[in-house]
Structures are given as structure tokens and as C-alpha cells.
Design a protein around this ligand. Sequence first.
Ligand SMILES: Nc1ncnc2c1ncn2[C@@H]1O[C@H](COP(=O)(O)OP(=O)(O)O)[C@@H](O)[C@H]1O
Ligand SMILES: [Mg+2]
Length: 252
Amino acid sequence: MPDSAVIADGLHARAAASTGSLPIRFEGIDFAVGATHILSGVELELHAGGPTVLMGPNGSGKTTLLKLAMGLLTPTAGSITFDGASHAPARARAIMFQKPVMLRRSVAANIAFALEAAGRPSSTSDIRRLLDLAHIAPLAERPARRLSGGEQQRLALARALAREPQVLFLDEPTASLDPSSTKLVEEIISQVSASGVKIVMSTHDLGQARRLAHEIVFMAGGRVVEHEPAASFFNQPATEEARRFLAGELVV
Ligand SMILES: Nc1ncnc2c1ncn2[C@@H]1O[C@H](COP(=O)(O)OP(=O)(O)O)[C@@H](O)[C@H]1O
Ligand SMILES: [Mg+2]
């Protein structure tokens, strides 16, 4: 078995062993700040399986939806449940943002910190496994803040995976990366997904959505407008908003 398959297998065994987080069910979700409704009436069920990709114009509520699912924000109305429970262990979920913050220490020490924060001893073999998974083993002793954008993003992925999440939320994970860094991050996302970790990610990159998505959640104006298998979304979007979005027009 190639190394990557062994690593993926290890992740899979661990993901399967943790308590259930899926499906994630959003029921009647509203999120408002003052008088501004950022999300309205969101009804959505996310199941185990391939990546769910959130698409939609800027300001449509993708980041807010991911933060709510991660538990970083509390809905103004409605409920979010994980396998039927409203208080699923947060450790079963992890999130990575577009611009991750690196700790002022080495790459390996950033991973060790993430392992300890997740409540597990930072064993050399766990650090090694995560370095390999993120293709950053040669950078282990480098100061994390000196890494390129793509390398930092891969380190952030390794840190998120240190929690051994069942669900990994990614908010525009390659938005500021060049094509070769983007390709590498996409390969890691595919491998993590194949290992049984549920990926829920936003992107504004149509090509990336076509490459990675099993299903699409299309948002506009703080509402979920479509939730479709990727093939039907791209071939036959059901709504005018999605048709215009796919055609590259601005949707307001
Ligand atoms: N804390 C906040 N206070 C006021 N407005 C916010 C807040 N967070 C987000 N918004 C607004 O809500 C809308 C949706 O934001 P966001 O979820 O970041 O959308 P997306 O990720 O799809 O671009 C935007 O118009 C944004 O300006
Ligand atoms: Mg966003």
C-alpha cells in the first residue's frame, strides 16, 4: 500500500471510532446582527459522503453558515443538530479559514500544539503522520511564519486534522493560493474525504467546485437556494440565480 493510503486508512479508522456528528441538520436557522438578517430560514441536511461545496456570491452567507455549524456563532433562531444531538462534542469538528494564523514556532511545534489542544499526547508518530499527510515533512523545523501561503495552508490543514474530526469545514481554503499550491491542497482534501472525513467547504472557484464537489449548496441573499448533486447543479441548475452565477453574472 502506498504511504498516502496507509495515512488515509489511519484517519478513516479514527474517524469511524469517534461519536456521530452526521447528519448535520439545520432547522429554521436565522442569524441576525441587530436588524440585519444575514441568514434566513435555512433548512439543510448534510450527510456522510463526498464533499459538500457551498457556492454563491460574496455576502451570501457561506462563511456565516460554516461558523454556525462549527459552533463559533449561535443562531438567532432555529436549531442545528449533529446526529440528532444539539450538543455534539466540538472536537469531532474542525475548521480552517482562508488566512490561518501561525504560531510563532516551528512547523512541527505547531502540529504538536494542535495535538495537545485536542487532548492527545503529541507523539512523534502522530506528528510525522500529519506532516506526511500535508506534504510538509521537509519543512518540519522551519519557522511556521516564514512558510509560503500554500505551505501555511497545508500546515493549517494538518493542525485541523490533529483533532481527528469527523467533519472538516473549510472556508475558501485556496482563495489566495497559486495554481500549483491549489492543486496540492485539493489533493489533500480529496484524500481526507476518501478516508471518511466529511468535508464541508466554501469556494468561489467554479473549477474547484467541479473537481471536488459531491453535492452543491448554492446560497444567495442569506438563503439556501439549491441543494443538488454536483452533476445536476452544473448541468441543469434549477434556479435563475444559479444559472446566472454559473454564467459568471453578478447575482445581487
Ligand atoms: N458580525 C456581522 N455583523 C454585521 N454583518 C455581518 C456580520 N458577519 C457577516 N455580516 C454580513 O453578512 C453577510 C454574509 O457574510 P458572509 O457569511 O461572510 O458571506 P460569504 O462568506 O458568502 O461572502 C455579508 O453581507 C456580511 O457583510
Ligand atoms: Mg466568506
